[in-house]
Ligand binder design. Structure first.
Ligand SMILES: Cc1ncc(COP(=O)(O)O)c(C=O)c1O
Length: 381
């Protein structure tokens, strides 16, 4: 059987990875500043993570959600404490799209309404309601167009108020720092205003923290930079450091009803062990302050780079915006310098999404290689 060909591939075959290093089949080492799309939060094959999952597998890997799983409660407590969201409740699933799917469904149940407000350049996943709330018509199939979504630009309060009028809106969903879109953020004032207006209108505010959560922005959640309180928070990616796990945190005002949400795999023993290991490492290695420190170091190193227009984002969810399209540069960084970085819908942005415990020496190596590659661009132009 052949594979269904949905991705353009770089000709690299990783077979091993440790920390921020990925090793290919020929033993060649790559510096990972992409983390397989913001997934690797505590580093590849972190010893504590490997031990935790291995030990769990020796005991019990899976049972359905019809039994008591004390690991889920343990995880909810630890996540509540580390994130400062103790009064929220946790529902677990398996991916970012699924987290947003559940968030939107819950908002619709609670309000009895169906229209969603999302933002220009948003990305919330590839499934039903999540893809409909994603501002990219190329990935909408005809079946997705039945969903009602109004897209509004960041910082356009007039457009937001117009979209909110009509008494048919169930949810406002946003990424406080856009990932796939290219690291754009709303202003603090705008985010605060939409939180107030949504509350007044009885509309659920969903913070999509799938990419920006679990410390990536330097705070546990990126909405915490904006001083707002969402009704629902969706999480995935860095949560499992590669183990497929997602979830939503649900504010206490929202009452649970049996049958509202459900899942076969979500919150299984292995997923809980992986997530607990991630949280333990975030706490033990003090990765939140470290992320802030590394952002500062990164910004210092980036200052004065040729062709650079801006360093976007927060923490270790960063983007270097150049005045040219970076596709070729990204390819050369991988194939010639052996460094993984990310692209974005904004083709001039090179995305940097390393493990939160990346070393300064790794960033030094990146900037040295980047300067060399930028020289080639200078020579070619
Ligand atoms: C902000 C955001 N939300 C949702 C998703 C979808 O997550 P998944 O690919 O795990 O379904 C992504 C994936 O890139 C994302 O960046």
């Amino acid at each position: 059987m052949e594979l269904f060909d949905v991705y353009p591939l770089y000709d690299v075959t990783p077979v091993k990875a440790l920390g921020s290093t990925v090793i290919d089949a020929d033993g060649k080492e790559y510096l990972d500043l992409y983390g397989g799309h913001a997934v690797i939060s505590i580093g590849h094959s972190h010893p504590h993570y490997v031990k935790r999952i291995r030990e769990q597998l020796d005991k019990i890997g899976f049972y359905s959600n019809s039994i008591v799983n004390p690991l889920q409660q343990k995880l909810a407590e630890k996540l509540g404490r580390l994130s400062g969201c103790e009064d929220y409740r946790l529902f677990m699933c398996n991916s970012g799209a699924e987290a947003n799917e559940n968030a939107l469904k819950l908002a619709s149940f609670v309000t009895g309404k169906a229209r969603v407000i999302a933002f220009k350049n948003s990305f919330h996943g590839r499934t039903s309601a999540a893809v409909a709330a994603t501002d990219n018509s190329k990935i909408h199939a005809p079946i997705n167009t039945q969903q009602q979504v109004s897209f509004v630009p960041f910082d356009d309060l007039k457009a937001f108020k117009t979209a909110l009028a009509g008494d048919d809106v169930c949810a406002v969903i946003l990424e406080a720092i856009q990932g796939v879109g290219g690291l754009d953020e709303p202003s603090v004032e705008f985010y605060k205003q939409i939180a107030v207006l949504s509350k007044e209108a009885g509309v659920m505010l969903i913070a999509d923290e799938v990419q920006s959560g679990f410390g990536r922005s330097g705070k546990f959640f990126s909405f915490q930079h904006f001083g707002i309180r969402p009704d629902i928070i969706s999480i995935a990616k860095g949560m499992g450091n590669g183990f497929p796990v997602g979830g939503i945190l649900i504010a206490p005002e929202i009452k649970a009803v049996h049958g509202m949400l459900g899942t076969t795999f979500g919150g299984n023993h292995l997923a809980c062990a992986a997530t607990l290991a991630v949280l333990e490492v975030i706490e033990e290695e003090k990765l939140l302050p470290r992320t802030v420190e590394m952002e500062q170091y990164f910004r210092q190193k980036a200052a004065g780079l040729p062709y650079l227009k801006a360093v976007k984002g927060k923490g270790l969810m960063l983007g270097l915006e150049f005045d040219f399209e970076v596709g070729e540069l990204r390819k050369n960084l991988i194939l010639r310098r052996h460094i993984f970085t990310g692209g974005a819908s904004n083709k001039k942005v090179l995305r940097i999404l390393p493990a939160l415990n990346i070393e300064k020496a790794a960033l030094d190596r990146f900037f040295k290689a980047l300067k060399t590659e930028l020289n080639y661009i200078e020579k070619a132009s």
